[in-house]
Design a protein around this ligand. Structure first.
Ligand code: AMP
Length: 430
Protein backbone atom coordinates (compact mmCIF):
# COMPACT_ATOMS: atom_id res chain seq x y z
CA UNK A 1 0.00 0.00 0.00
CA UNK A 2 1.40 3.41 -0.94
CA UNK A 3 1.01 6.84 0.67
CA UNK A 4 -0.75 8.03 -2.50
CA UNK A 5 -3.60 5.57 -1.95
CA UNK A 6 -4.32 6.98 1.51
CA UNK A 7 -5.81 10.24 0.24
CA UNK A 8 -2.81 12.54 0.55
CA UNK A 9 -2.24 15.14 -2.15
CA UNK A 10 0.83 15.83 -4.25
CA UNK A 11 2.54 18.55 -2.12
CA UNK A 12 2.37 16.28 0.94
CA UNK A 13 3.41 13.19 -1.04
CA UNK A 14 6.43 15.07 -2.39
CA UNK A 15 7.48 16.03 1.14
CA UNK A 16 7.15 12.38 2.24
CA UNK A 17 9.25 11.22 -0.70
CA UNK A 18 11.91 13.71 0.30
CA UNK A 19 12.05 12.11 3.74
CA UNK A 20 12.79 8.82 2.02
CA UNK A 21 9.71 7.01 3.37
CA UNK A 22 8.71 4.32 0.92
CA UNK A 23 5.57 2.89 2.46
CA UNK A 24 3.26 3.83 5.34
CA UNK A 25 3.83 2.12 8.70
CA UNK A 26 0.93 0.08 10.15
CA UNK A 27 -0.31 2.96 12.29
CA UNK A 28 -0.16 5.36 9.36
CA UNK A 29 -2.18 2.93 7.22
CA UNK A 30 -5.01 3.18 9.71
CA UNK A 31 -4.73 6.70 11.06
CA UNK A 32 -4.23 8.68 7.85
CA UNK A 33 -7.50 7.74 6.07
CA UNK A 34 -9.51 7.96 9.32
CA UNK A 35 -8.20 11.45 10.11
CA UNK A 36 -8.72 12.66 6.55
CA UNK A 37 -12.33 11.46 6.80
CA UNK A 38 -12.68 13.77 9.82
CA UNK A 39 -13.03 11.02 12.43
CA UNK A 40 -11.81 11.28 16.01
CA UNK A 41 -8.98 8.86 16.71
CA UNK A 42 -7.68 7.17 19.81
CA UNK A 43 -4.42 5.38 19.10
CA UNK A 44 -2.19 3.23 21.25
CA UNK A 45 1.22 3.78 19.75
CA UNK A 46 4.70 4.27 21.01
CA UNK A 47 7.52 6.33 19.67
CA UNK A 48 9.18 4.50 16.81
CA UNK A 49 5.94 3.44 15.16
CA UNK A 50 5.73 6.48 12.89
CA UNK A 51 2.87 7.92 14.94
CA UNK A 52 3.93 11.55 14.44
CA UNK A 53 3.59 11.35 10.67
CA UNK A 54 0.43 9.33 11.37
CA UNK A 55 -1.30 12.45 12.62
CA UNK A 56 0.73 15.30 11.11
CA UNK A 57 0.28 14.20 7.48
CA UNK A 58 -3.53 13.98 7.48
CA UNK A 59 -3.71 17.09 9.65
CA UNK A 60 -1.79 19.09 7.07
CA UNK A 61 -3.96 17.59 4.34
CA UNK A 62 -7.06 18.85 6.12
CA UNK A 63 -5.63 22.28 6.89
CA UNK A 64 -4.46 22.80 3.32
CA UNK A 65 -8.11 22.97 2.31
CA UNK A 66 -9.76 25.33 4.81
CA UNK A 67 -9.93 29.09 5.49
CA UNK A 68 -6.88 31.23 6.10
CA UNK A 69 -5.90 31.62 9.70
CA UNK A 70 -6.57 35.03 11.28
CA UNK A 71 -4.42 37.06 13.68
CA UNK A 72 -3.65 35.22 16.95
CA UNK A 73 -5.93 32.36 15.96
CA UNK A 74 -4.86 28.76 15.52
CA UNK A 75 -6.49 25.99 13.48
CA UNK A 76 -4.84 22.93 14.96
CA UNK A 77 -3.36 22.50 18.42
CA UNK A 78 -0.90 19.71 19.20
CA UNK A 79 -0.26 19.36 22.92
CA UNK A 80 2.89 17.54 24.03
CA UNK A 81 4.24 16.80 27.51
CA UNK A 82 7.80 18.08 27.04
CA UNK A 83 9.60 20.91 25.31
CA UNK A 84 11.82 18.49 23.45
CA UNK A 85 8.89 16.55 22.05
CA UNK A 86 7.20 19.84 21.09
CA UNK A 87 10.32 20.88 19.17
CA UNK A 88 10.51 17.46 17.50
CA UNK A 89 6.86 17.44 16.44
CA UNK A 90 7.26 21.05 15.27
CA UNK A 91 10.16 19.97 13.07
CA UNK A 92 8.00 17.19 11.57
CA UNK A 93 5.21 19.68 10.84
CA UNK A 94 7.69 21.95 9.09
CA UNK A 95 9.23 19.08 7.08
CA UNK A 96 5.98 17.46 5.97
CA UNK A 97 4.34 20.84 5.31
CA UNK A 98 7.20 22.42 3.40
CA UNK A 99 5.28 22.48 0.09
CA UNK A 100 2.12 23.96 1.60
CA UNK A 101 1.49 27.59 2.42
CA UNK A 102 0.63 26.87 6.04
CA UNK A 103 2.16 28.60 9.01
CA UNK A 104 3.21 26.66 12.10
CA UNK A 105 4.68 27.59 15.47
CA UNK A 106 6.08 25.83 18.52
CA UNK A 107 5.79 27.19 22.06
CA UNK A 108 7.03 25.83 25.38
CA UNK A 109 8.02 27.07 28.80
CA UNK A 110 11.48 27.74 30.20
CA UNK A 111 12.27 30.35 27.55
CA UNK A 112 11.12 33.97 27.07
CA UNK A 113 7.46 34.37 26.26
CA UNK A 114 7.73 37.60 24.23
CA UNK A 115 9.21 36.15 21.04
CA UNK A 116 6.47 33.50 21.14
CA UNK A 117 3.80 36.20 21.46
CA UNK A 118 5.25 37.97 18.44
CA UNK A 119 5.25 34.75 16.41
CA UNK A 120 1.61 34.15 17.18
CA UNK A 121 0.46 37.59 16.06
CA UNK A 122 -0.13 36.49 12.49
CA UNK A 123 -1.88 33.31 13.70
CA UNK A 124 -0.72 29.73 13.16
CA UNK A 125 -2.38 26.94 11.21
CA UNK A 126 -0.62 24.48 13.49
CA UNK A 127 0.53 25.29 16.99
CA UNK A 128 2.60 22.73 18.89
CA UNK A 129 2.60 23.57 22.59
CA UNK A 130 3.26 22.33 26.10
CA UNK A 131 0.20 22.89 28.29
CA UNK A 132 1.52 25.40 30.86
CA UNK A 133 2.98 27.84 28.34
CA UNK A 134 -0.11 27.60 26.15
CA UNK A 135 -2.27 28.73 29.08
CA UNK A 136 0.14 31.60 29.82
CA UNK A 137 -0.11 32.73 26.21
CA UNK A 138 -3.87 32.46 26.30
CA UNK A 139 -4.07 34.61 29.43
CA UNK A 140 -1.96 37.24 27.68
CA UNK A 141 -4.37 37.18 24.72
CA UNK A 142 -1.60 35.98 22.45
CA UNK A 143 -3.51 32.91 21.35
CA UNK A 144 -7.21 32.52 20.59
CA UNK A 145 -9.17 29.42 19.82
CA UNK A 146 -12.14 30.63 17.77
CA UNK A 147 -10.81 29.10 14.55
CA UNK A 148 -9.65 25.85 16.15
CA UNK A 149 -10.60 22.76 14.12
CA UNK A 150 -8.38 19.97 15.46
CA UNK A 151 -6.94 19.05 18.86
CA UNK A 152 -4.13 16.49 19.15
CA UNK A 153 -2.91 15.09 22.46
CA UNK A 154 0.45 13.45 21.89
CA UNK A 155 1.86 11.05 24.52
CA UNK A 156 -1.23 11.52 26.67
CA UNK A 157 -0.02 8.98 29.24
CA UNK A 158 3.14 10.95 29.80
CA UNK A 159 1.11 14.13 30.23
CA UNK A 160 -0.85 12.48 33.00
CA UNK A 161 2.34 11.06 34.55
CA UNK A 162 3.73 14.56 34.63
CA UNK A 163 0.66 15.95 36.36
CA UNK A 164 -0.78 17.99 33.46
CA UNK A 165 -4.36 16.84 33.87
CA UNK A 166 -5.63 20.17 35.29
CA UNK A 167 -3.99 22.17 32.54
CA UNK A 168 -5.38 19.87 29.87
CA UNK A 169 -8.87 20.18 31.25
CA UNK A 170 -8.59 23.96 31.43
CA UNK A 171 -7.42 24.09 27.82
CA UNK A 172 -10.20 21.81 26.59
CA UNK A 173 -12.80 24.00 28.28
CA UNK A 174 -11.56 26.94 26.18
CA UNK A 175 -11.86 25.18 22.81
CA UNK A 176 -14.85 25.24 20.44
CA UNK A 177 -17.06 22.18 21.01
CA UNK A 178 -17.15 21.35 17.34
CA UNK A 179 -13.70 19.99 16.57
CA UNK A 180 -11.78 16.86 15.59
CA UNK A 181 -9.90 15.14 18.42
CA UNK A 182 -6.90 12.87 18.10
CA UNK A 183 -5.36 11.20 21.10
CA UNK A 184 -2.10 9.24 21.09
CA UNK A 185 -0.77 7.34 24.04
CA UNK A 186 1.72 4.54 24.54
CA UNK A 187 -0.55 2.92 27.10
CA UNK A 188 -4.29 2.94 27.62
CA UNK A 189 -4.73 2.77 31.38
CA UNK A 190 -8.08 3.38 33.10
CA UNK A 191 -6.98 6.94 33.76
CA UNK A 192 -6.28 7.56 30.08
CA UNK A 193 -9.59 5.99 29.08
CA UNK A 194 -11.35 8.26 31.55
CA UNK A 195 -9.65 11.30 30.04
CA UNK A 196 -10.45 10.02 26.55
CA UNK A 197 -14.15 9.87 27.39
CA UNK A 198 -14.11 13.63 28.00
CA UNK A 199 -12.23 14.36 24.79
CA UNK A 200 -12.85 12.03 21.87
CA UNK A 201 -16.20 11.43 20.28
CA UNK A 202 -17.00 8.01 18.78
CA UNK A 203 -13.33 7.49 17.95
CA UNK A 204 -11.71 5.08 15.55
CA UNK A 205 -9.56 3.03 17.90
CA UNK A 206 -6.16 2.08 16.57
CA UNK A 207 -3.75 -0.21 18.28
CA UNK A 208 -0.65 -1.37 16.55
CA UNK A 209 0.73 -4.64 17.68
CA UNK A 210 4.28 -3.82 18.73
CA UNK A 211 5.54 -6.84 16.82
CA UNK A 212 4.19 -5.35 13.59
CA UNK A 213 5.64 -1.88 14.03
CA UNK A 214 8.78 -0.71 12.33
CA UNK A 215 11.01 -3.66 13.07
CA UNK A 216 13.72 -2.51 15.38
CA UNK A 217 16.51 -4.72 16.51
CA UNK A 218 19.09 -3.88 19.08
CA UNK A 219 22.46 -5.52 19.07
CA UNK A 220 23.70 -5.63 22.65
CA UNK A 221 27.17 -6.45 23.87
CA UNK A 222 29.41 -5.62 26.79
CA UNK A 223 33.10 -5.07 27.32
CA UNK A 224 34.62 -6.18 30.61
CA UNK A 225 37.07 -3.43 31.59
CA UNK A 226 38.73 -1.94 34.68
CA UNK A 227 36.98 1.11 36.03
CA UNK A 228 39.93 3.44 35.47
CA UNK A 229 40.27 2.39 31.81
CA UNK A 230 36.68 3.05 30.78
CA UNK A 231 37.32 6.52 29.34
CA UNK A 232 40.21 5.27 27.25
CA UNK A 233 38.18 2.29 26.02
CA UNK A 234 35.26 4.52 25.07
CA UNK A 235 37.60 6.80 23.13
CA UNK A 236 39.03 3.83 21.25
CA UNK A 237 35.59 2.40 20.46
CA UNK A 238 34.35 5.75 19.14
CA UNK A 239 37.42 6.30 16.97
CA UNK A 240 37.95 2.75 15.68
CA UNK A 241 34.29 2.19 14.84
CA UNK A 242 33.72 5.71 13.47
CA UNK A 243 30.71 6.23 15.70
CA UNK A 244 29.50 9.68 14.82
CA UNK A 245 26.42 10.05 17.03
CA UNK A 246 26.72 8.40 20.41
CA UNK A 247 24.56 8.76 23.49
CA UNK A 248 26.55 7.80 26.58
CA UNK A 249 24.87 7.12 29.91
CA UNK A 250 26.66 7.76 33.18
CA UNK A 251 25.45 7.59 36.75
CA UNK A 252 26.40 10.96 38.16
CA UNK A 253 26.55 14.59 37.08
CA UNK A 254 30.21 14.80 38.09
CA UNK A 255 30.94 11.68 36.14
CA UNK A 256 29.26 13.24 33.08
CA UNK A 257 31.32 16.43 33.31
CA UNK A 258 34.52 14.49 33.90
CA UNK A 259 33.94 12.27 30.87
CA UNK A 260 33.16 15.24 28.63
CA UNK A 261 36.41 16.93 29.67
CA UNK A 262 38.32 13.72 28.96
CA UNK A 263 36.78 13.24 25.49
CA UNK A 264 37.52 16.82 24.60
CA UNK A 265 41.21 16.29 25.36
CA UNK A 266 41.05 13.44 22.84
CA UNK A 267 39.55 15.74 20.16
CA UNK A 268 36.09 14.23 20.36
CA UNK A 269 33.31 16.83 20.43
CA UNK A 270 31.22 16.03 23.49
CA UNK A 271 28.74 17.73 25.80
CA UNK A 272 26.84 16.77 28.93
CA UNK A 273 23.16 16.94 29.75
CA UNK A 274 22.24 16.69 33.40
CA UNK A 275 20.10 18.29 36.05
CA UNK A 276 22.48 21.20 36.71
CA UNK A 277 22.29 22.45 33.14
CA UNK A 278 19.86 25.24 32.30
CA UNK A 279 17.01 24.65 29.87
CA UNK A 280 18.71 26.90 27.34
CA UNK A 281 21.93 24.92 27.54
CA UNK A 282 20.06 21.63 27.23
CA UNK A 283 18.09 22.74 24.17
CA UNK A 284 21.25 24.04 22.50
CA UNK A 285 23.26 20.91 23.21
CA UNK A 286 20.47 18.65 22.03
CA UNK A 287 20.14 20.59 18.77
CA UNK A 288 23.90 20.44 18.23
CA UNK A 289 23.87 16.71 18.88
CA UNK A 290 21.05 16.15 16.42
CA UNK A 291 22.76 18.14 13.69
CA UNK A 292 26.08 16.39 14.26
CA UNK A 293 28.04 19.34 15.69
CA UNK A 294 28.41 17.33 18.87
CA UNK A 295 29.48 13.73 18.40
CA UNK A 296 28.99 12.40 21.92
CA UNK A 297 26.19 13.36 24.27
CA UNK A 298 26.80 12.29 27.87
CA UNK A 299 23.65 12.07 29.97
CA UNK A 300 22.45 10.97 33.38
CA UNK A 301 19.32 8.80 33.48
CA UNK A 302 17.13 11.46 35.00
CA UNK A 303 18.17 14.15 32.50
CA UNK A 304 17.78 11.72 29.61
CA UNK A 305 14.23 10.88 30.60
CA UNK A 306 12.92 14.29 29.58
CA UNK A 307 14.74 14.21 26.25
CA UNK A 308 13.10 13.03 23.12
CA UNK A 309 16.05 11.47 21.51
CA UNK A 310 15.73 8.02 20.19
CA UNK A 311 16.45 6.11 17.05
CA UNK A 312 20.14 6.71 17.57
CA UNK A 313 22.61 4.34 15.97
CA UNK A 314 24.70 3.92 19.11
CA UNK A 315 24.09 3.94 22.85
CA UNK A 316 26.84 3.32 25.41
CA UNK A 317 26.37 2.47 29.06
CA UNK A 318 29.52 3.94 30.53
CA UNK A 319 28.22 2.93 33.96
CA UNK A 320 25.48 0.38 34.44
CA UNK A 321 22.35 2.00 35.85
CA UNK A 322 21.39 1.87 39.54
CA UNK A 323 17.83 1.00 38.65
CA UNK A 324 17.84 -2.21 36.63
CA UNK A 325 14.89 -1.18 34.45
CA UNK A 326 16.78 1.90 33.30
CA UNK A 327 18.88 -0.42 31.17
CA UNK A 328 15.87 -1.08 28.98
CA UNK A 329 15.05 2.61 28.75
CA UNK A 330 18.61 3.44 27.85
CA UNK A 331 19.01 0.89 25.08
CA UNK A 332 15.53 1.73 23.80
CA UNK A 333 17.04 4.97 22.53
CA UNK A 334 18.76 3.10 19.76
CA UNK A 335 17.37 1.35 16.69
CA UNK A 336 15.96 3.36 13.80
CA UNK A 337 12.86 2.39 11.88
CA UNK A 338 13.73 -0.95 10.32
CA UNK A 339 17.46 -0.52 10.95
CA UNK A 340 19.37 -2.03 13.80
CA UNK A 341 20.86 -0.13 16.70
CA UNK A 342 23.73 -0.99 18.96
CA UNK A 343 24.02 -0.78 22.71
CA UNK A 344 27.36 -1.36 24.39
CA UNK A 345 27.99 -1.56 28.13
CA UNK A 346 31.38 -0.99 29.71
CA UNK A 347 31.32 -3.20 32.78
CA UNK A 348 33.86 -3.31 35.61
CA UNK A 349 34.16 -5.91 38.39
CA UNK A 350 32.22 -3.71 40.86
CA UNK A 351 29.21 -3.81 38.56
CA UNK A 352 28.83 -7.57 38.36
CA UNK A 353 25.75 -7.64 40.54
CA UNK A 354 24.02 -4.96 38.42
CA UNK A 355 24.96 -6.89 35.30
CA UNK A 356 23.38 -10.07 36.67
CA UNK A 357 20.21 -8.19 37.60
CA UNK A 358 19.96 -6.75 34.10
CA UNK A 359 20.51 -10.12 32.47
CA UNK A 360 17.83 -11.61 34.68
CA UNK A 361 15.44 -8.81 33.71
CA UNK A 362 16.02 -9.12 29.98
CA UNK A 363 16.17 -12.92 30.25
CA UNK A 364 19.37 -13.21 28.28
CA UNK A 365 23.11 -13.05 28.80
CA UNK A 366 24.70 -10.05 27.15
CA UNK A 367 27.45 -11.22 24.80
CA UNK A 368 30.96 -10.26 25.93
CA UNK A 369 33.72 -8.78 23.81
CA UNK A 370 37.16 -8.40 25.26
CA UNK A 371 38.92 -5.49 23.57
CA UNK A 372 42.63 -5.94 23.00
CA UNK A 373 44.65 -3.90 25.43
CA UNK A 374 41.73 -3.54 27.84
CA UNK A 375 41.64 -6.95 29.55
CA UNK A 376 40.68 -6.08 33.10
CA UNK A 377 43.04 -6.75 35.99
CA UNK A 378 39.99 -7.03 38.22
CA UNK A 379 38.10 -9.71 36.34
CA UNK A 380 34.35 -9.53 35.78
CA UNK A 381 33.08 -13.02 36.77
CA UNK A 382 31.22 -15.11 34.18
CA UNK A 383 27.50 -14.63 34.64
CA UNK A 384 24.86 -17.35 34.69
CA UNK A 385 21.33 -16.64 33.71
CA UNK A 386 18.98 -16.51 36.69
CA UNK A 387 15.62 -17.52 35.28
CA UNK A 388 13.58 -17.07 38.44
CA UNK A 389 10.78 -14.65 37.64
CA UNK A 390 11.16 -11.14 39.01
CA UNK A 391 8.28 -10.07 41.20
CA UNK A 392 6.60 -7.10 39.54
CA UNK A 393 6.98 -3.96 41.60
CA UNK A 394 3.64 -2.46 42.45
CA UNK A 395 3.53 1.09 41.13
CA UNK A 396 2.56 3.41 43.95
CA UNK A 397 -0.10 6.00 43.27
CA UNK A 398 1.40 9.46 43.04
CA UNK A 399 0.11 11.73 45.79
CA UNK A 400 -0.01 15.15 44.24
CA UNK A 401 2.11 15.38 41.14
CA UNK A 402 4.34 18.40 41.04
CA UNK A 403 5.72 19.38 37.69
CA UNK A 404 8.02 22.17 38.66
CA UNK A 405 10.24 20.66 41.31
CA UNK A 406 12.89 18.19 40.38
CA UNK A 407 12.10 16.02 43.40
CA UNK A 408 8.45 15.69 42.40
CA UNK A 409 9.37 14.92 38.85
CA UNK A 410 11.77 12.16 39.74
CA UNK A 411 9.20 10.38 41.87
CA UNK A 412 6.70 10.39 39.06
CA UNK A 413 9.26 9.35 36.49
CA UNK A 414 10.29 6.34 38.50
CA UNK A 415 6.73 5.15 38.78
CA UNK A 416 5.78 5.65 35.19
CA UNK A 417 8.89 3.83 34.27
CA UNK A 418 8.17 0.61 36.05
CA UNK A 419 4.83 0.36 34.33
CA UNK A 420 6.44 0.85 30.94
CA UNK A 421 9.26 -1.58 31.42
CA UNK A 422 7.58 -4.75 30.26
CA UNK A 423 6.22 -3.11 27.17
CA UNK A 424 9.54 -1.68 26.06
CA UNK A 425 11.09 -5.02 26.68
CA UNK A 426 8.50 -6.75 24.54
CA UNK A 427 9.01 -4.34 21.72
CA UNK A 428 12.71 -3.90 21.65
CA UNK A 429 14.23 -7.05 22.95
CA UNK A 430 12.19 -10.16 22.44
P1 AMP B 1 7.70 8.41 15.55
O1 AMP B 1 7.11 7.10 15.97
O2 AMP B 1 6.71 9.37 15.07
O3 AMP B 1 8.59 8.95 16.63
O4 AMP B 1 8.65 8.14 14.27
C1 AMP B 1 9.74 7.27 14.33
C2 AMP B 1 10.70 7.43 13.16
O5 AMP B 1 10.16 6.79 12.02
C3 AMP B 1 10.99 8.87 12.75
O6 AMP B 1 12.39 8.99 12.64
C4 AMP B 1 10.34 9.03 11.40
O7 AMP B 1 11.08 9.90 10.58
C5 AMP B 1 10.34 7.61 10.86
N1 AMP B 1 9.19 7.32 9.98
C6 AMP B 1 7.92 7.74 10.11
N2 AMP B 1 7.14 7.24 9.12
C7 AMP B 1 7.96 6.45 8.38
C8 AMP B 1 7.75 5.63 7.21
N3 AMP B 1 6.55 5.52 6.65
N4 AMP B 1 8.81 4.97 6.70
C9 AMP B 1 10.03 5.08 7.28
N5 AMP B 1 10.30 5.82 8.37
C10 AMP B 1 9.28 6.50 8.92
Amino acid sequence: MSFASLGLSVPVLDAIAEQGYEAPTPIQLESIPAIIRGRDVMAAAQTGTGKTAGFVLPLLERLSKGDRVRANQIRALILTPTRELAAQVGASVAAYGKNLSLHSAVVFGGVKINPQMMKLRRGADVLVATPGRLLDLYHQNAVKFRQLEVLVLDEADRMLDMGFIDEIQKIIALLPRQRQNLMFSATFSDEIRQLARTIVNDPVEISVNPAETTATTIEQWMCPVDKNRKSALLTQLIKNNNWDQVLVFVRTKNGADRLVRYLQTKDIKAAAIHGDKSQGARTRVLAEFKTGLIRVLVATDLAARGLDINQLPQVVNFDLPHITEDYIHRIGRTGRASLSGRAVSLVCADEFEQLSDIERLIKQLIPRKLIEGFKPVQEVPESHLDLRPIKPRKPKKPKKPKTDSRAGQSVIDTQSQSSKTQKVQARKIK
